[in-house]
Design a binder for this molecule. Structure first.
Ligand SMILES: Cc1ncc(COP(=O)(O)O)c(C=O)c1O
Length: 424
């Protein structure tokens, strides 16, 4: 079917809130390129929002999934367990820098991992409340919606939200929130709202994803760790977007050396197969009773096969080194744009988790979300899939496969440059 015919079906049958505004339908893809239903080629700088760190259809993952399809597709792991689930748990337990011996539960999506992380934290502490951060993003289920530090479009039509979520400022110096202010806000949220003895967990992304690709300073993460230790609160690190090599380490929190109690991960964990994980200190993970966690599809055999293959690819193909190198290449080009264009500012990256901001006034740092939208739209017309993000909607973020070929990378960056030339 053509794009036009598929758009007609979408208009007629797909719910308004779930219908993509994009009009090109993906037909097939390889590494960092996608072809649509009409045969048009796109360079993919979005990776399905951070899911494809090792590229579309990595051959090793495709082979592992195909082999699994010939063995068993589903039993429900609580009805009859299978090897893939426990092997993924074993691998993650050794990879993830939580305190002490780590245990694992698998789920299907990032939001589901976060929901379970909160359930586990409540069971382990016997406390109801959680504290999250401005600009944070954790999903679209009710509890994760409440944890998101942004109202539109996630919460707007769906209130009221669960009442045990409280919020603190996230440190973003560029937009006037210093680390000290963020800590002061956190202490105030504890004192005036959540209550230190009622708070089960403090939950944050080590680099804000949807909130704008702002890395948390190491000292901020260390201070949160210390506050959690002092008050018996669990520290939950959400690595759904920053994990699996995006920042040049397997997990972004490793840059700080801070050991959380619980971590959540999903997205690039299985190269597009739906799976997520909660990994935490054994005592915490074992706090809830038998059959209290899980679901029909959680940690499905095919998704586990994909996740195991992904972890092998990381070992065999130096993905972490490639992520660091990609980050350097991106930053070099962004810095040239920052020097050349009045609208490009605040270039930043942790490994390949790279971004810049579009502003209407560099001195005043005035966000220009309209220009960010126009750039992404024009790039798409020129065959490049590009994403914006951020609390102010003016950040251009980069989530292309880390395995992208240099020629495709440069072609994509040249498209951005020519779009900037024509827009400013
Ligand atoms: C940091 C973070 N947490 C949680 C989620 C939710 O993941 P999912 O969309 O798989 O539910 C996302 C998705 O973008 C995310 O970036």
């Amino acid at each position: 079917m053509s794009n036009a015919e598929l758009n007609e079906l979408k208009r007629k049958y797909v719910a308004n809130g779930a219908a993509s505004p994009a009009t090109a339908f993906a037909d097939h893809a390889e590494n960092a390129e996608v072809w649509d239903a009409d045969g048009n080629r796109f360079i993919d700088f979005a990776g399905g929002i951070g899911v494809l760190n090792i590229g579309h259809r990595h051959p090793k993952v495709v082979a592992a999934v195909k082999a699994q399809l010939d063995k068993v597709m589903h039993t429900c792991q609580t009805v009859m367990p299978y090897e893939g689930y426990v092997r993924v748990a074993e691998k993650l337990s050794h990879l993830v820098p939580v305190r002490g011996h780590a245990k694992v539960m698998l789920a299907n999506s990032g939001a589901e991992a976060l929901e379970n992380a909160v359930k586990i934290a409540r069971a382990a502490t016997g406390r109801p409340n959680v504290i999250c951060f401005d600009g944070g993003y954790h999903g679209r289920t009710f509890f994760t919606m409440a944890m998101n530090g942004k109202v539109a479009p996630y919460q707007t039509d769906f209130g009221p939200m669960p009442g045990t979520v409280f919020r603190a400022p996230y440190p973003v110096d560029y937009h006037g929130v210093s680390e000290d202010e963020a800590i002061r806000g956190l202490m105030m949220a504890l004192k005036t709202d959540a209550g230190p003895t009622n708070t089960a967990a403090i939950i944050l992304e080590p680099v804000l994803g949807e909130g704008g690709f702002y890395p948390a300073p190491t000292s901020f993460l260390e201070r949160i760790r210390a506050i959690c230790d002092e008050l018996g609160i669990l520290m939950i690190i959400d690595e759904v977007q920053s994990g699996f090599g995006r920042t040049g380490k397997m997990f972004a929190i490793e840059h700080s050396g801070v050991e959380p109690d619980i971590m959540t991960m999903a997205k690039s964990m299985a190269d597009g197969m739906p799976i997520s994980a909660v990994v935490g200190t054994d005592k915490v993970m074992d706090a809830s009773g038998p059959n209290s966690l899980g679901g029909t599809y959680t940690g499905s055999p095919t998704a586990c096969a994909a996740a195991l293959a992904v972890m092998e690819v990381f070992e065999e193909e130096n993905i972490l080194e490639k992520s660091l190198a990609l980050g350097e290449k991106l930053a070099k080009r962004f810095n040239q744009w920052q020097a050349r264009y009045e609208c490009v500012d605040n270039v930043r990256h942790l490994g390949a988790m790279a971004a810049f901001e579009l502003v209407s006034d560099k001195h005043a740092k005035t966000p220009n979300a309209e220009l960010a939208g126009a750039l992404c739209k024009k790039a798409r017309e020129e065959g490049l899939i590009l994403l914006s993000c951020g609390m102010y909607g003016n950040t251009i973020r980069f989530l292309m496969p880390i395995t992208i070929d240099d020629s495709v990378l440069n072609e994509g960056l040249d498209i951005i440059e020519s779009c900037l030339e024509s827009l400013v």
